[in-house]
Ligand binder design. Sequence first.
Ligand code: HEC
Length: 236
Amino acid sequence: MSGDLKWNKIFGAGLATVLVILGVNQVSGFIYSSEPPEEMGYFIDAPEEAAAGAAEVELPPDWGTVLPVADIAAGERAFARCMACHTINQGGADGIGPNLWGAVGGPMLHSAGFDYSPALREHAAQNPTWTYDELDQFITAPSRHVRGTKMSFAGIRNTEERVALIAYLRSQGSSGYAIPAPDPSRQPGAEEETPAEGEAVEGEGVEQTPEEGVAAQPDEEATSPAQPAATSSPQN
Ligand code: HEC
């Protein structure tokens, strides 16, 4: 009889201990619960994309072909993703990132008062100009193109969106930066049926193309009416 009572006490004590431990866990979990950081500070890069088709290395866009018909309005919409850190109006203030008025075709590190990262400074020493290709590669994956850049932005992988965005950036203070002539060897030929504007097609007979430096067409693309022919406007 007294033996039963003893075991009751032992079980009771054990149960009480368990309850206390559970309670403490509960409470401390409450007190020390960890908040997730407001901003995740790492990039999720996706190099597999490129690795997957090593054979299929993507050429940079043929700017002379794509820019004149780019959807500037879509580019402006795409710029919404940059606005957290950049202004683009003339004389606009630097924010987390530098003001971007006139950035296209302009010198890298073009905002005098901005505190650029050592990585971008170093990069600029080799590549002083924001050419279309440089911009394109930077925007595709900033931290891959300029390792250590402090532009914490994952990048835009969609080429059509980047082209539209670059056309928009160009329209903001850089319309004097020439668009190169279309590369005749990269015209889609008969496969696609939308020659941008009659003229581009004449050099169909493909032979060795002249040097790429051929003067850009002497017209002001600056205010050319965006005439997105039949191309469906890209998604947002
Ligand atoms: C999270 C903030 C942030 C976002 C979003 C962002 N940027 Fe940046 N950007 C920066 C910072 C910071 C720098 C300076 C980088 C450095 O010094 O390494 C920069 C630099 C640049 C530069 C170089 C300017 C110069 O003077 O050389 C360009 C061009 C640029 N950004 C374009 C863009 C575009 C286009 C987008 C949108 C697709 C974008 N950025 C989105 C923060 C941002």
